[in-house]
Design a protein around this ligand. Structure first.
Ligand code: NA7
Length: 549
């Protein structure tokens, strides 16, 4: 296929004037670009990095890979891409995913519409002519009608609030800023700080060759085996035939994954049946144990406690030293209440002689990190001298990338200020006071298996833009009432979900950032099918819950 859509006669418009500017060339931004180009709009992506891929461009740390089945992650809207692209592993490693996004960009000749090295710093709505001025870090400005954010919920890496980080004389990096040229840790003394999904992947890989690995753990996580394996050409051919069924299955699940909850309640089965089901899930690939468990596992504390007990036994069974095993068992949250890290031999790492787990909890026996020194990491007990420090300390999630841009709506209103106490949106796509700003993967939308959830939003937004173009409408904006209703709905539907009762990025907690110690529901947890139904109903009513001009 050549260029998409009807091309604009660029001679008639000033060079930096667009119908839509999309911020971010990750998996969502690229899809949004495709669909807006298809409408014949003049569009450009502004991307901070020097390549496309978003999280799959930046997160090139060792062991980085999907925890969702590869074939449930790709674009479903292009038969050609489905036909031509072969996934080589059930859970794709980062380099292959980066390649996939590049493949799609090249396939549809979209590279010219992507401007790299362009970090957006400012976006200002102009009341006078109802358009946006967008500015990037080198001072270049753009004029656009639609300002579309595809900045990703896990975009802005977060360094720990710790003294001495810059003082360290060895090499150091955040996992999401892993050097492109790689980092040679073989035989070296390495510290990894952080044991979230990223830390778990990194630690497992680094432990294979590091001379000595110190894992600094402030809070353990419940991790389950990923069971990754290669995909042969023959298997890929069979998967290809199953694509319609795979996407249908994802569309029926709460969060877009291939795993749907079992219809039974945890206490409706015998102890033997329950144990056998847990064992089956533990032995099966992917997120089944988290997303395909008994239907009440993520909603009922008693049900959750039973899985937590099962997982506790698993950790004790896999880690030889009982003291180390106890340190790896979370005590502040039940299994699945945080985003579950998937692992490939993580617990066994702690049986290796070159790996030491340092408990940084503030609990009795814990030795919190006090500072980073010139030569290593200092805890309340001792200094660990290392050559390399790896910060797997997560992200300023969901709203961080928005807050990095000075976004000004009507009458100069600041989005940063408006969202100070937590996000307020309409359907997670629009904000009152910010006309023609549209969000993909925005807060309060259904975020799970990201491309699956967001693909719906992207196609929905494309139809909205088409409607506006055809009707000659200039502006769309959420109403105050709409935002109030949706924000309340997000809170109400999220109330019973155990994920919303634990401290993590999913509830906006980040103790490295001032003022982020109060839980806020960041995502719509009422279910992707319900989310889609709501959006489709509004579309059917010609978007009458929005203000349009
Ligand atoms: P997470 O899940 O936010 O994990 C960050 C980890 O870093 C977590 O273990 C934190 O401990 C730890 N951390 C953060 N700050 C500090 C300080 N100051 N001292 C010690 N330890 C610290 O980020 P990930 O990158 O692992 O995963 C994010 C998402 O990416 C994941 O959910 C997937 O969807 C992909 P804490 O638990 O806060 O005590």
């Amino acid at each position: 296929m050549g260029s998409i859509g009807e091309q604009h006669d660029r001679s008639k418009v000033p060079p930096n004037t667009y119908d839509a500017l999309i911020i971010g060339a990750g998996i969502n931004g690229v899809a949004m670009l495709y669909h807006t180009l298809k409408l014949g709009m003049k569009v450009k992506i502004l991307e901070a990095g020097d390549g496309v891929g978003g999280v799959w461009f930046w997160n090139r740390y060792p062991g980085a890979r999907f925890d969702s089945e590869s074939y449930s992650y790709g674009y479903s809207w292009s038969q050609e891409v489905l036909d031509e692209w072969d996934w080589t592993e059930h859970f794709s490693p980062q380099p292959q995913t980066e390649k996939y996004i590049n493949f799609v960009v090249d396939k549809f000749n979209m590279r010219d519409q992507i401007q790299l090295h362009s970090r957006v710093t400012k976006a200002t709505y102009r009341d006078a002519d109802k358009r946006w001025t967008v500015e990037i870090d080198n001072g270049e400005t753009f004029d656009t009608k639609f300002f579309i954010t595809a900045v990703g919920p896990l975009n802005k890496p977060c360094m720990p609030k710790m003294d001495g980080i810059e003082r360290f004389k060895g090499q150091w990096t955040h996992t999401a800023r892993w050097p492109k040229e790689g980092l040679d840790y073989a035989g070296k003394r390495v510290a990894v700080i952080g044991t979230g999904a990223t830390g778990v992947q990194t630690i497992t890989e680094v432990a294979k060759t590091a001379g000595q690995l110190y894992v600094f753990q402030r809070r353990p996580n419940w991790c389950a085996p990923l069971h990754n394996s290669p995909i042969s050409k023959e298997e890929m051919a069979k998967i290809r035939q199953r694509y319609p069924e795979i996407f249908k299955r994802c569309s029926q699940s709460i969060a877009g994954f291939m795993h749907t909850p079992d219809s039974r309640g945890t206490l409706e089965v015998t102890d033997e049946e329950r144990e056998a089901f847990y064992e089956h899930l533990y032995a099966s690939p992917g997120f089944g144990i988290w997303q395909g468990n008994f239907r009440d596992m993520l909603y009922d504390q008693d049900a959750n406690n039973l899985l937590t007990e099962f997982m506790t036994k698993k950790i004790r069974g896999r880690v030889h030293d009982p003291k180390v095993a106890e340190k790896l068992i979370p005590t502040d949250h039940g299994c699945g209440a945080l985003r579950m890290p998937m692992e490939s031999g993580y617990y066994e790492v702690y049986n290796q002689p070159n790996v030491e787990l340092i408990d940084n909890t503030p609990n009795p026996g814990g030795t919190p990190i006090t500072t980073v020194t010139e030569t290593g990491v200092q805890t309340t007990a001792k200094e660990y001298e290392v050559d390399i420090i790896i910060y797997a300390t997560g992200f300023d999630a969901v709203t961080g990338a928005f807050n990095d841009i000075d976004i000004r709506g009507k009458a100069g209103r600041s989005l940063r200020e408006y969202w100070k106490e937590g996000p307020h949106t309409y359907l997670g796509v629009s904000v009152e006071g910010f006309p023609n700003m549209l969000m993909v993967a925005g807060p309060h939308t259904s975020l799970g298996n990201i491309p699956r959830s967001c693909e719906f939003t992207i196609l929905w937004l494309a139809r909205l833009l088409d409607h506006m173009n055809k009707k000659g409408l200039g502006c769309i904006e959420a109403t105050r009432q709409g935002v109030k209703n949706w924000t309340n709905h997000v809170k109400a539907t999220g109330r019973d979900h155990l994920v919303n009762h634990a401290d993590s990025w999913l509830t906006g907690i980040n103790r490295n950032i001032e003022g982020r110690d109060r839980r806020v529901i960041m995502r719509y947890t009422g279910g992707a099918p319900e989310y889609r139904e709501k959006c489709e109903e509004i579309e059917g009513r010609r978007y009458d819950t929005f203000a349009m001009e």
